[in-house]
Design a protein around this ligand. Sequence first.
Ligand SMILES: NC(=O)c1ccc[n+]([C@@H]2O[C@H](COP(=O)([O-])OP(=O)(O)OC[C@H]3O[C@@H](n4cnc5c(N)ncnc54)[C@H](OP(=O)(O)O)[C@@H]3O)[C@@H](O)[C@H]2O)c1
Length: 335
Amino acid sequence: MNKVVVITGASSGLGLSHAIFLTYKGYTVFGTSRKETLDKDLLKQLFLQDHTQWKFVNKEKTKVKAGKILAPKELLNQLDTLIAKITYFKMDVTSDSSVKEAISEMEEKAKAINNHGIDILINNAGIGFFGSVEDLSMEEWKQTFDINFFGMLRVIRAILPFMFARGSGQIINTSSLGGFVAIPYQTHYSAAKAAVKILSEGLNMELKSFNIKVSALLPSDINTSFNINTYKLTKETNESLTSIDLEKMLANPPIEKNSRHYAFAKRVWKVIVQNLIVSPPPLVVSRKIAKILRRKNPKISYQAGSFEQKFLISLIRRIFPDTFNYTMLAKYYGL
Ligand SMILES: NC(=O)c1ccc[n+]([C@@H]2O[C@H](COP(=O)([O-])OP(=O)(O)OC[C@H]3O[C@@H](n4cnc5c(N)ncnc54)[C@H](OP(=O)(O)O)[C@@H]3O)[C@@H](O)[C@H]2O)c1
């Protein structure tokens, strides 16, 4: 097929899963990461961990045991080959020059492969801190928007001239169900993801006439290292942790003990950490992306992941008034 897909943040979690799955489906995948080099064995380990079904083994839900691996056998048999086929490029989405250089290099490489250039962009790189609106510094607020929102915008602006020149293209921006409803103590993240959703909706209308399709993707909680990375980022630590070290993450929540929000935020952190580990594997979202790419006329936005979250968050929100919804949500988080 020789369609070239660029996936930002393809070194772990959702991006890595999309990269592996789309390679499996026959696309040529260019993945990006800030890292100079990536250890392919580590990528394999990360993929397998994210696709392990975890079950709580104690009442406090602080320990998990592994169930089966939730990925098709044929894909697992080819995993090493699929990972080896992904070409990685260094790109920091917070830097204009890094984005421009990486996109130009990828466009050149894509042209050498298919004669026309990058066909599809999956804007996926993203981060989150944990903390109250009050406690997070302005720097942390700005960083959240710089990566999650302006980062996606930078990549779009760098890639669009090539898509305009060719008269076609497709862009999928990763928002979140957390961009549809606010998550307490991740309000900064929800705000940035809501901005990504609106950006996608506006772009969809502006680019329609140029044959460039744009959709927003809103995943539910998905079992990735996102919370580990949130923990490390907020605590500014390099501790070697994996997403299954629940006891450690719950015992030392990423909140200052002297914060007036400590007791409330600690409860919310527990729910967030527990939720992610038993949430669906990234392949659920990668499959959705493959479906979107097959559609002639993709929709303006897609939800993906856990049925319960999609149902509760989007359907109930449409039916009941916000006061009711947010009262229930606050209760759910123990607030
Ligand atoms: N997991 C969920 O429950 C969930 C739900 C809804 C939406 N999402 C969204 O899905 C996307 C992927 O999340 P994930 O769960 O897969 O998290 P993850 O495992 O932490 O992956 C984040 C990716 O973003 C990249 N990244 C971070 N900062 C970057 C920067 N400045 N420049 C370039 N790349 C950067 C990381 O690559 P390097 O560190 O190698 O640079 C990594 O590959 C995010 O946008 C997230 O908000 C996740």
